[in-house]
Design a protein around this ligand. Sequence first.
Ligand SMILES: [Zn+2]
Length: 237
Amino acid sequence: MKVPHAHQEVMLQVAGLDLELEALSSHLAELQTGAHLDALRTNLFAASSRMLEQQTQLENLQQELRKLEADIELVDKRIELDKQRLSSTSSSKDAEGISSELRSLTARKSNLEDQELEIMEKVEQVAALVEAESETRTSLSIELADAEAALAGDITKLASRISIVKTDRAAKFSILTEEASALFTKKASRGIPVAALKGRDCDACRIGLTSSAYEDVIATPADEIATCPNCQAILVR
Ligand SMILES: [Zn+2]
């Protein structure tokens, strides 16, 4: 088939743009899955779960603390009451009974206060854990939001690059005659349609031409299509 050499060059450029489009589209599809953000999302989810667990633990401890405080208040009231009874009784037997109860109430109060102290320490420890986890969570959220924004930017840039290449491809393809474009499309459905002859090698299949095949290609007039005997790509020399 006769195709002006300049048009063969255009076919080669279109083939190059098609390869570029293929690479850009597969890169875009990969970015659109957002798979490289999965690790960040997993870490953020784990930090949120840990924080929720610690918060529950903290609430339980605080509830325990409130109960202990109420118990201590109750014991205090009874101690106060017993002290009043002790000061107003005239019976030594009653006084002995009240004193004995006071001793046991004081012991109970001391025991409750020990427990209160222990819980207060735990509250402090768990509250610190909640705060640390909350900071981790915040920084992971920021990191994820930044990565998502960067990803969205990359996707936009890539989509715009694809659109430019497509326009360029369409403009170049429209230069070709109907016959040449039909041949291009037919060959493109089977592999790389057009390639440069690099030395003695076909740039599509990267296989060197035999001496006689090479001589045939070289002998072909410039405005005639020459084809790679291995991969059937149009060879532009
Ligand atoms: Zn070839």
